[in-house]
Design a protein around this ligand. Sequence first.
Ligand SMILES: Cc1cc2nc3c(=O)[nH]c(=O)nc-3n(C[C@H](O)[C@H](O)[C@H](O)COP(=O)(O)O)c2cc1C
Ligand code: SF4
Ligand code: SF4
Length: 267
Amino acid sequence: MIFYFSGTGNTRWVAQQIAEAIGEKLLYIPDLIRNEQYEFTLQEEERLGFCFPTHGWQPPRIVRDFISRMKVHKATFCWALTTCGDNMGEAMTILNRDLAKSEGLRSAEGEPLQAETQFSVIMPESYVCLPFMKTDPEDKEHWKIENAKHQMHHIISVIKDRKRGIVELEKGATPRLYSYVIGGYFNAKMITDKKFMVDAEKCISCGKCAKICPVDNIKGTPPEWLHNGRCTCCLACYHYCPTHAINYGSITRKRDQYYFNRRGDQK
Ligand SMILES: Cc1cc2nc3c(=O)[nH]c(=O)nc-3n(C[C@H](O)[C@H](O)[C@H](O)COP(=O)(O)O)c2cc1C
Ligand code: SF4
Ligand code: SF4
């Protein structure tokens, strides 16, 4: 069973490949939250996997909240994968702490659950809301995806064979500084929907932004942000808008948009 979150499709693409290859169920965390579904029973020998993008060198808030409420029976092998634009710092250490803290998650032996096998996969950048943070140029986007395709063969075989203790992570330099100090500030202060705005003249009322928001935080056309306290700053509303009518303050006005296979050139 694979639990995943994705804003702009990178993690969905990765998680789908694994699910197909190992023949296990793929569950989208926002749908489970909508249905208030937190309890799961694994089949004999079924693996438990988590796939999520790195947000500020940590797992996204929506994933952490979900894990704190989950209950899973019969977990024997747990793995995790994060996608990131550059590096993921200590995101897996934080994930493992969250897993251990969650009372509904215990190994088959009754011990706190840990993701024993961990991967990061570098994918095109989706964060564009700070100075110097931009989408990747087309050639970089392509080579990142090509590299990821090669990496996926190996990742799938490790997960298929239930290999424990495989840890292949792009943590970057000074990962503790990035995850706990800079990422701590980023996740506390900058994961907010307060800066989203719409240029009503550019909006063609397609309804895509409201439909794509994983936490139902957008209503109507032109869109209105409900400020429901659940925005995880995935930027799906910004990136998927077909007319670039949505911006995050003024900083994104001249930035490009990205989502997986936007150009229709990926399988
Ligand atoms: C709010 C936010 C924060 C991000 N923080 C990081 C980060 O700390 N390190 C990094 O390498 N990439 C970071 N990124 C980029 C994403 O992790 C990366 O593009 C990821 O593959 C997006 O996955 P998705 O398409 O499944 O949402 C961030 C993206 C967002 C939206
Ligand atoms: S996605 Fe863009 S064009 Fe479509 S309703 Fe939202 S703001 Fe308007
Ligand atoms: S409001 Fe936009 S950034 Fe926030 S969760 Fe919804 S789609 Fe993602």
